[in-house]
Ligand binder design. Structure first.
Ligand SMILES: Nc1ncnc2c1ncn2[C@@H]1O[C@H](COP(=O)(O)OP(=O)(O)OP(=O)(O)O)[C@@H](O)[C@H]1O
Length: 549
């Protein structure tokens, strides 16, 4: 309507209405009614409305008004106005169907979700949980309808679709129901919050290869926020966002709060700076006698005359910078029945009892346990048979095999070669037997392959007092000339055993899967037996490279 006309109209109508109460007064006896009338008719808005209404009535014939009425009566306009009112009243939350009364279990955790589906697929996959048989949301496609809704999550348990229970349905049947539904679909789900949280948790686990105490660490930004751990602890890495300080939890720790640990890179750098002081080459650090490592065959003991190990070992083998012990990414591995056995490697100082323990295992189950047959270039003696005591090969062939890296360990003794070949290990494993091998600790790194998946047992001597008590009647065997001879342990032998064990543990402890103290022999044997049983049947942490390579 033209503004001028409208204003005039309003003004005149208002005047008329304003005068009305005084005209009505004689007819109103009650003062309250009078007041009410006065207020109502005095209200300017009401006056204007009355004015407009009257004017519209009068001007009905006017073409402009007709057109306005027509416009306002159109469905689009009606919807627009209705949407405006809805939004203005903020009543846009969808109306949910009433909660069913027969919900089983924890009623609070049931969620009713309504999604409007157009032609595009929902963008979610489902699976049946093997254990609970429940239908679980397996995957949400990024950017899909389900993802955009933000209402359905991986791990949610689907109970009903459009009121149809899905417990007894196959995933394909449910997919069919979904495909056929158009418009709004109602889901009843049990939110799998816990599962979702777990799924979103980083799944990087590492084995710590060093001891760490944040209280001793001058570099840590906040000692209280640090996480203390020991060599061989399994840590779940929660964040690697910071290049220097990672966040981690001890595996299996129920406390959800992560702690700070030095990052791999940072620890390597620190270690490299400290290295000259901390890494004592094994042999130099060893006491009086250059090397007292035992071998996987009896003739390989140290020569008591020359006091030398039969096995020479390159200096570079003793300490390798690539082995800076920080963290190693690990995952669980459980040997499936029928699969090849893991190689069992026994480590320990001379005389600690490796031979004794191995012998007991072999006797306990000769069909199950076995040892490797060593190679030698020495000539066969009359009572010996090839492939029983040794594989007898020529010196030339032995040297070719050395050149071709076919030996795990080898050495020269009185002009003859002795060694343990890789093939001898393969041979035992391919018979589906557990191969028991004892080697020098620096050899472990060559055995750590996906094929062998070695399980390293460190046999540790008890205290020197306990050694004196338990080894009173024990005999130490040494290679003297071509014959073995036995002698009782001396105080020096005990001391060396304890010292060597300490050095082995310091330098190679991060590689040990199990430490067994050989105090009482039968107790140590039982522990070893039980440990090896578990290796065959239970899940153990192994480097990820052994599984995903
Ligand atoms: N727990 C124990 N208690 C008492 N005697 C033991 C114990 N363990 C081993 N012995 C004895 O100690 C001696 C040395 O053991 P064994 O020969 O097994 O040592 P080893 O580790 O194989 O060392 P090496 O390679 O030098 O022979 C043997 O006489 C053995 O019977």
């Amino acid at each position: 309507l033209p503004a001028e006309f409208f204003q005039k109209l309003c003004a005149s109508l208002w005047e008329l209405l304003a005068g009305l109460p005084s005209q009505l007064q004689p007819h109103v006896s009650c003062p309250e009614d009078n007041n009410f009338l006065q207020n109502m008719f005095g209200e300017r808005n009401l006056c204007s409305l009355v004015k407009v209404s009257e004017e519209l009535g009068e001007k009905l014939a006017n073409g402009e008004i007709k057109e306005l009425r027509k416009l306002l009566a159109k469905p689009h306009m009606k919807i627009l106005l209705s949407v405006h009112d809805t939004v203005a009243q903020k009543s846009y939350d969808p109306e949910l169907p009433p909660l069913p009364e027969d919900i089983e279990g924890d009623e609070d955790s049931v969620k009713i979700i309504r999604l409007v589906k157009n032609k595009e697929p929902l963008g979610a996959t489902i699976r049946r949980d093997e254990h609970t048989k429940a239908i679980i949301v397996a995957r949400i496609m990024k950017g899909g309808a389900a993802d955009r809704s933000g209402l359905i999550h991986v791990g949610d348990e689907l109970k009903e679709v459009n009121g149809i229970p899905v417990d007894d349905k196959k995933p394909e049947e449910i997919i069919h129901i979904l495909a056929q539904s158009q418009g709004a679909i109602t889901f009843k789900v049990l939110p799998g919050v816990k599962e979702e949280v777990l799924l979103n948790e980083p799944k990087v686990f590492v084995k710590a290869l060093f001891d760490y105490d944040p209280k001793e660490d001058k570099a840590i930004p906040c000692k209280e926020a640090g996480l203390a751990f020991n060599k061989a602890s399994i840590l779940q890495i929660m964040s690697q966002d910071d290049a220097t300080w990672w966040q981690a939890k001890l595996e299996g720790d129920a406390n959800p709060r992560a702690g700070l640990i030095p990052s791999k890179h940072f620890q390597e750098r620190r270690f490299a700076l400290r290295q000259p002081v901390e890494t004592i080459p094994f042999q130099r650090a060893s006491s009086r006698r250059s090397s007292g490592f035992r071998r996987s065959f009896r003739l390989s003991r140290r020569d008591r005359k020359t006091n030398k190990s039969m096995y020479e070992c390159k200096k570079s083998e003793m300490y390798d910078m690539a082995d800076v012990p920080t963290y190693e990414e690990v995952t669980t591995y459980c040997r499936q029945s029928g699969a090849k056995h893991r190689l069992v490697v026994l480590i320990g100082p001379t005389g600690v009892g490796l031979h004794e323990l191995k012998k007991k295992l072999l006797i306990s189950d000769p069909q199950h346990f076995s040892v490797t047959i060593p190679h030698t270039s020495r000539t066969k003696r009359n009572q010996e048979s090839d492939g029983v005591e040794y594989h007898f090969i020529s010196k030339h062939l032995f040297e070719t095999d050395i050149h071709n890296n076919r030996f795990i360990e080898y050495g020269e003794y009185k002009g003859n070669y002795y060694g343990t070949s890789l093939d001898s290990i393969h041979s035992v494993l391919s018979k589906n037997k557990v191969c028991l091998l004892d080697v020098q600790p620096h050899t472990i790194k060559h055995l750590r392959t996906p094929e062998f998946k070695p399980f390293i047992v460190f046999v540790k001597p008890p205290t020197i007092e306990r050694l004196r008590e338990t080894r009173k009647n024990a005999k130490m065997i040494s290679g003297k000339g071509d014959k073995e001879s036995a002698k009782t342990f001396t105080e020096e032998d005990f001391q060396e055993m304890v010292n060597t064990a300490l050095i082995m543990e310091t330098q190679y402890g991060h590689l040990f899967d199990k430490v067994i103290v050989n105090d009482d022999l039968s107790a140590a044997f039982s522990e070893l037996q039980l440990t090896l049983k578990k290796v065959e049947t239970e899940a153990h942490w192994v480097p990820v490279s052994w599984i995903h390579s």
